[in-house]
Every structure is written in structure tokens, then in C-alpha cells.
Design a protein around this ligand. Structure first.
Ligand code: DGL
Length: 269
């Protein structure tokens, strides 16, 4: 396969809004010498309650813009956009490394013998064929419980990571899964790692929580290596944040989320 990019070009990271920053943090940690363009489509968020056709159209449109801006590869850091568009994107751009994200069901299923695994994701991710196939692959090893969480990503978009309204929302949403009713929970939307602490608190400390960010970052590194596109300059790269909402507050929130340490999901000092 002939790849058209050059090592010094940036990697594009795309999401419907702020969520993909949880993947960006992992990417920077495994490939610190790369430059990144992070693009959040907050103007059209949420994606998870839209139709597949619309999410596919928006994802392809923004991917094209990012390639025009000189990206050598693309991480679709959104489970919803991945299920709607990643196959089509790979068909359109076979000469560019493109990596998507899917709910981290595999490590959750392996957390113990016959576990009960809750998968939290957007309504679209859970409705899609891609997720049904993923579930079918593991259904003889675990009890997998899909849980659509419409509205959860909005808290992160507003920068509310630990407020009372969020706690109320989670208490209602997770009511029947508290007190050891599940062994593991999969954060199947890239926004959710930013509210991991609150999810953990609501489900209880014995529940193991998984997300696919680190695996996706490792996969992108592998793909770039294979394409001989890894930046080997030895100097620390830069991150540029862009958002479809021309609002400086979105960029400031993106930078704040990026600076937070993984697992440190609180806006309090
Ligand atoms: N962050 C996105 C995901 O991983 C979706 C949030 C949304 O736009 O609904 O699925």
C-alpha cells in the first residue's frame, strides 16, 4: 500500500465535540513527538441521537477538511462516528491510515469468569450492526447489558464533570445496576471517561471500568509504524484545537480537559 503522507505532518483526531480529547490524551502519551489537530464538531453535537446517514455525512465532510489541512492520518475518536462512517472512510481514503474506536468489550469480558458487563454508549452506537456483531462475539463468555445513555455527553460538553445534576442523572440511569449487579462497565462513548469518577461512585467501587482510548492510541501507532509515517524528529509535538462552534470558550474547555490527568475527572482543584 502506498501512503501519501509525510512523517512531519500532523495526526487529525475527530469527535462530535469534547469526547475525543480522552483519546487524544492517550495518543500524546504513546506518541509525544507527533503534532495533532483536534477537531470537535460541537456545532452538530450530539451525534448519538442523530441518524446514521447524517453522522456519516458529517464525519466524511470533516475528515475531508482535515486531510485538506494536511493530516497524514485520522483517528475517529468517537464510537458513534466510527460505527456510522469508518468503513466508508477507509474505502474513500485507502492510502491514509484511519483508525476508529469501539467499546472495549473484550478486556471487560476477560475481567473474570462469566462476568456481567454493562456497556454504556450512545443510542446510535448500541443500535448499530457493528455493536450487535461485537456483542454476539462475546455472548457465550459474559452477560452483556447494553445501556443507551442519551444526554450524558451533554454534561461533558458543558464542562459539568461533577455537579449535582450529573449525579442525579447518573443515579437514575444506573439505579438498577448498583450494589454489585454488574462486574464491569464499559465506557463506550469517548465523552464518558471525563465522568468516570462519578460513574464509579454511582456503580460502586468493586465495578471495574474500561474504555478503549489507550487501545485506539496503540493501534494508531502501529498503523503509522507500518506505513513508515511515525514522526522520528525526537522533539515534543504540538496540539492545535479547532471546533465548529466559533466560540473561544469551547477551545478553553478543550484545553482544560486535555490538561486533566486521565482518571482525574473533576473540575475542583
Ligand atoms: N463521543 C461520541 C462517542 O464516542 C459521541 C457523543 C455524541 O455526539 O453523542 O460515541
Amino acid at each position: 500500500m502506498e501512503y501519501i503522507g509525510k512523517k512531519e505532518q500532523p495526526i487529525a483526531v475527530f469527535d462530535s465535540g469534547m469526547g475525543g480529547i480522552s483519546v487524544l490524551r492517550e495518543l500524546v502519551s504513546v506518541m509525544p513527538n507527533e503534532d495533532y489537530i483536534y477537531f470537535g464538531d460541537s456545532k452538530n453535537a450530539p451525534y448519538g441521537t442523530k441518524s446514521k446517514e447524517e453522522v456519516r455525512r458529517l464525519t466524511i465532510e470533516h475528515a475531508e477538511e482535515l486531510f485538506e489541512q494536511g493530516a497524514k492520518g485520522l483517528v475517529v475518536a468517537c464510537n458513534t462516528a466510527t460505527s456510522a462512517a469508518v468503513a466508508k472512510l477507509r474505502e474513500l481514503y485507502p492510502y491514509i491510515p484511519i483508525v476508529g474506536i469501539e467499546p472495549a468489550v473484550k478486556p471487560a469480558v476477560n475481567c473474570k469468569e462469566n462476568p456481567r458487563v454493562l456497556v454504556m454508549a450512545t443510542p446510535m452506537t448500541i443500535r448499530e450492526e457493528k455493536f450487535k456483531k461485537l456483542m454476539a462475539r462475546y455472548e457465550d463468555q459474559a452477560k452483556i447489558i447494553p445501556l443507551p445513555c442519551p444526554g450524558l455527553m451533554d454534561f461533558v460538553e458543558r464542562g459539568d464533570l461533577d455537579g449535582e445534576d450529573l449525579q442525579k442523572y447518573l443515579t437514575e440511569l444506573l439505579y438498577e445496576f448498583r450494589e454489585e449487579k454488574v462486574d464491569a462497565a464499559v465506557l463506550g462513548c469517548t465523552h464518558y471517561p471525563f465522568v468516570r469518577k462519578m460513574i464509579q461512585k454511582t456503580l460502586g467501587s468493586d465495578v471495574q471500568i474500561f474504555d478503549g482510548g489507550a487501545g485506539t492510541a496503540r493501534e494508531m501507532k502501529r498503523r503509522l509504524q507500518e506505513a513508515n509515517l511515525l514522526n522520528d524528529s525526537g522533539t515534543k509535538g504540538e496540539v492545535i484545537f479547532r471546533n465548529s462552534l466559533k466560540d473561544e470558550r469551547k477551545i478553553a474547555l478543550a484545553k482544560m480537559l486535555f490538561e486533566m490527568k486521565a482518571g482525574d475527572d473533576t473540575t475542583k482543584p
